[in-house]
Design a protein around this ligand. Structure first.
Ligand SMILES: Cc1cc2nc3c(=O)[nH]c(=O)nc-3n(C[C@H](O)[C@H](O)[C@H](O)COP(=O)(O)OP(=O)(O)OC[C@H]3O[C@@H](n4cnc5c(N)ncnc54)[C@H](O)[C@@H]3O)c2cc1C
Ligand code: SF4
Length: 515
């Protein structure tokens, strides 16, 4: 390997995990190469066009993946600098302290993490500051302890959501202002990069005001002369030397050519599904079942949350533009009549007729899609799915991705949906809502891989986990994984802040190791 193609660190993938790690390592002066299969998201009017983004899936990957029966499907995921954070809804929430321990669910046990909340807490604070999270502490009773306040004030509610929040509070619940990573200055709107538009969730930000991994981490990292990036660089496989204990070659396909790079440290961060696929594709003499897969755990325990969108159609209009400001965790760990966890309630970005058409909801009599969208409160419900070794990423005969998944732990989610319906009965807006008797629930299908996690889990025992607590492969001394794959359980809150915080934690370890 020529000196030119050898680096101190190679990071594969520039999303929440890889991008954040690049930012952390950049000031070290070490020679760092980022390999990203995508390019930059083009800045164009379509960024904010729901027809292009949602109906036509303009920015989705074009490859088909296959389900357990070999049936092709088109996953809702993206390959770009910044990864899926370019499209995320920017709700940046900590796991609950209890999520790090063992939790008994109706459908089984959510296992404990090998690190505890206090181990990650300082990094949560760093990640919140780095990603400019706007939030408010002390309102949500399930909130874990924090060592510092948010640096930016919470994003305020618009009138319809404030009314809902007041109604919920009057009924004895604890709605809170959802922590959001947007570059918003509500005190000085004329100077604010973020303009509070309706397209944050699922769309890239045309004005670069979303705190995504490209804007916050990759672009600043690339200002360091020791950091470089190749886009359009698909990492096909990793090769180890004779001992099998170190990755010695990173094989890249770029612009129709094969290229090879090497590094003292190789970090995989391709997203939970692609990282597992990369390790499986990298099987060799010393790793016949896939790289770092002596435990046979690579690709297993795929999780993605149980998610559904519920539209509550009200006679009263919902003119909200930026809707994702309210969260509710009153049923996160259960309720008086149900002792098992149910999950988290929040909002998706405001739907319009194009979004509703893409989801093909049942039309409420007398309503057009456009009218429905104008009257809907668009709730997003998340419950925890449990790790199951049979829910796994494998490669099919052509080397393509196969996602074998059977949903589990559904009872808690159904009860969460019932809670939401019941709860709206007891608040002022109900009269409108219930008169229409129109709740439209849509469970997110297999193709909804937005919250993918858990395929390369970390743990203390090399027999049951792939990574150690530093997220280094038990079997390969210079191989690390820092995307969502390391999760041993999925919790019921959005994953990105935990991925970012963990990448900062692993970054501290790597800075020490690199000297
Ligand atoms: C529509 C949407 C809304 C969401 N909203 C939220 C939210 O509000 N809050 C939240 O916490 N989370 C949200 N998420 C989830 C969040 O975006 C992900 O959890 C997070 O981005 C995952 O980070 P990651 O590092 O694991 O992977 P990614 O961010 O997906 O990054 C992986 C990167 O690896 C690259 N890559 C893949 N394979 C290869 C290869 N072989 N060679 C080279 N590069 C490769 C990809 O192009 C990509 O850039 C949302 C996701 C979507 C899609
Ligand atoms: S302007 Fe603000 S609300 Fe709109 S996409 Fe950008 S960050 Fe999100």
């Amino acid at each position: 390997m020529s000196h030119e193609n050898h680096y101190d660190v190679i990071i594969i993938g520039t999303g929440a995990g890889g991008g954040t790690l690049a930012y952390k390592l950049a000031p070290s002066g070490k020679r760092i190469l980022l390999l990203e299969r995508g390019g930059y998201v083009p800045r164009e009017k379509d960024n904010w066009d729901t027809r292009a983004v949602v109906t036509e899936g303009k920015y989705h990957i074009k490859d088909a993946w296959h389900d357990k029966d070999g049936k092709p499907f088109h996953p809702g995921t993206h390959y770009f600098v910044g990864g899926n954070t370019k499209f995320y809804g920017a709700a940046l929430v900590r796991l609950r302290q209890e999520d790090f321990g063992e939790l008994r669910h109706h459908g089984g046990v959510s296992p404990a993490w090998p690190v505890r909340y206090p181990d990650l807490e300082p990094y949560y604070t760093q990640a919140e500051h780095l990603y400019q999270v706007h939030g408010q502490r002390g309102v949500d009773p399930t909130e874990p302890p924090a060592s510092a306040p948010y640096r930016y004030p919470a994003v305020s509610h618009e009138p319809r959501i404030r009314q809902l929040s007041d109604d919920l509070r009057r009924a004895g619940y604890h709605p809170f202002l959802l922590p959001m990573g947007v570059l918003l200055d509500e005190q000085n709107p004329h100077k604010s990069p973020c303009i509070r538009c309706a397209w944050c969730d699922g769309h890239p930000c045309l004005v670069n005001a979303k705190a995504d991994a490209q804007i916050i981490c990759v672009d600043p990292a690339l200002e360091h002369p020791n950091v470089s990036m190749l886009t359009g660089a698909y990492v096909a496989c990793l090769e180890t030397g004779l001992s099998g204990r170190a990755v010695t070659r990173v094989h890249v396909e770029r612009q129709g050519a094969q290229q090879t790079y090497s590094a003292d440290i190789v970090v995989v961060s391709c997203g939970a599904i692609n990282s597992a696929a990369l390790l499986l594709r990298s099987a060799g003499d010393r790793h016949p079942n896939g790289l770092a897969n002596r435990s046979d755990q690579v690709g297993r325990n795929y999780m993605a949350h149980i998610n559904s969108v519920m539209l509550a159609i009200s006679k009263c209009e919902n003119p909200t533009v930026f809707q994702k400001t309210l969260g509710l965790n009153d049923f996160y760990f259960g309720s008086e009549e149900w002792e098992h966890p149910m999950g988290h309630i929040s909002f998706v970005g405001k739907t319009d007729a194009n979004v509703l058409a893409a989801g093909a909801p049942k039309i409420v009599p007398g309503f057009t899609l456009d009218l429905m969208a104008r009257h809907a409160l668009d709730f997003w419900l998340t419950s925890e799915d449990l790790p199951d070794p049979n829910n796994r990423v494998t490669l099919n005969r052509d080397g393509g991705i196969q996602l074998n998944h059977t949903p589990n732990n559904g009872e808690g989610h159904q009860r969460l949906q019932a809670k939401l319906k019941g709860l709206l009965k007891h608040i002022n807006c109900t009269e409108d809502l219930l008169r229409m008797n129109a709740y439209i629930g849509k469970r997110i299908p297999l193709a909804g891989v937005a919250h993918q996690n858990g395929t390369i889990r970390f743990g203390r025992d090399p027999k049951t986990s792939v990574l150690n607590t530093d997220c280094r492969a038990h079997d390969v001394d210079n191989l690390y994984v820092v995307d969502a794959s390391f999760f041993p359980s999925s919790s019921a809150v959005n994953p990105a802040l935990t991925i970012m915080a963990n990448a900062l934690r692993v970054g501290d370890h790597l800075r020490e190791r690199l000297g």
